[in-house]
Design a protein. Structure first.
Length: 366
């Protein structure tokens, strides 16, 4: 086929051997094809998918970069078919706008990565990473995050029966604390598909979401999963909720748990912020968890809901000794003290957290 892509292999930080794989650009639009060719010096250029297929050689690894004109429903279908038929083909999409719909469609088509058409550095990194994976070369620039763990990481689920008690703040701070204490990677997952706030609280523009991760499970690819995580400045790897509320739409419980289990293979800790509703998905996450942080605050409605939640979890028998009670704003003077609440609930408050004006200030500042 074409000239091997020596720029991405020999000149980038990922390293590799120039002859181990080829790179091809597929884009009907001449302007976009020229731009991609400029980013990927030495890559073969094709106007159509059919032209690419004619030049594929059995057993020869090829990274195919598909441009914006291919990133349409029919194009995704064609790419999925050829990626299935040619296992030596590694798919990367270069698009003009990274929307959730395009990312999901790209993942379903078999893409190993999706990057901006205008980001030459990210495009070269993606090509080198996928090419080295296809060729069986160690990827030196990617940290140990993509190395699967011998034992699964610990799954920590944060749950409350009532909104406004600081559940998401607790989840975020738990993840940040674990990241500071552990030399290994920590993931934070926002499983509230309707009203997840993790990305907003962290001031983190979502690039990929838990919906994209669920769509990627079929490929069982740790490298693809790693690419869906966004690293926050705290060191935590974040998988946000969808940017648009999925009203009336849910991910099946097994997919939510599957995403968390997949993250456990590449992270030492996975912290999950759940919605404040007792549904099948939440129960599945609670059952799969190693630790469950049940969050409440110092007011009668919250205590009532905590009691109901504890009784419900006892009834289905899925929490047991892994349940930990977190009382937020425990120093608030509201004619209730922690010991009274412990007596009512029949369990000890493992983590009484004092109120601090710094919390709302930090939230508003992102």
């Amino acid at each position: 086929m074409a000239v091997p892509h020596e720029h991405a292999v020999g000149m980038t930080a990922t390293g590799g051997t120039p002859s181990r794989y080829d790179v091809a650009v597929v884009e009907p639009d001449a302007r976009h094809r020229m731009r991609l060719g400029t980013h990927l010096a030495g890559a073969a250029q094709f106007e159509s998918i059919d032209e690419l297929v004619q030049h594929l050689r059995p057993g020869r690894p090829v990274v195919a970069v598909f441009g914006p004109a291919v990133a349409v429903p029919y194009g995704f279908q064609r790419v999925q078919r050829i990626a299935t038929a040619h296992p030596q083909l590694g798919v990367v999409f270069a698009v003009e706008e990274m929307t959730a719909e395009i990312l999901q469609a790209a993942i379903r088509s078999g893409a190993r990565d999706t990057v901006s058409l205008h980001d030459g550095a990210s495009l070269n990194e993606a090509v080198a990473r996928v090419g080295n994976l296809l060729a069986g070369v160690a990827v030196t620039s990617v940290p140990a995050l993509t190395e699967t763990r011998v034992t699964p990481g610990r799954l920590i689920v944060v749950f409350s029966m009532k909104g406004g008690v600081g559940k998401s703040t607790i989840a975020i701070n738990t993840a940040v604390t674990m990241s500071r204490l552990s030399p290994e990677r920590v993931a934070l997952v926002d499983a509230d598909l309707q009203f997840g706030d993790v990305a907003v609280l962290l001031g983190l523009p979502p690039q990929h979401t838990i919906a994209d991760a669920a769509a990627s499970l079929q490929f069982a690819d740790p490298e693809l999963l790693r690419n869906l995580l966004t690293k926050h400045e705290s060191g935590v790897y974040v998988l946000p909720a969808p940017t648009e509320p999925m009203i009336g739409v849910t991910l099946p419980p097994d997919e939510l748990v599957g995403v968390c289990n997949a993250l456990q293979t590449i992270c030492a800790y996975v912290v999950v912020d759940t919605p404040t509703q007792f549904d099948e998905s939440t129960l599945a996450l609670v059952e799969a968890a190693d630790d469950v942080l049940l969050v409440g605050s110092m007011d009668i409605p919250s205590i009532k809901n905590l009691k109901i939640g504890i009784q419900a979890l006892d009834l289905v028998g899925i929490a047991g000794p892994k349940l930990r009670l977190v009382l937020n704003r425990a120093n608030t003077q509201v004619k209730l003290d922690v010991r009274e609440i412990e007596h009512v609930l029949g369990m000890r408050a493992d983590f009484p957290i004092p109120s601090d004006i710094a919390v709302p200030i930090a939230v508003n500042e992102g």
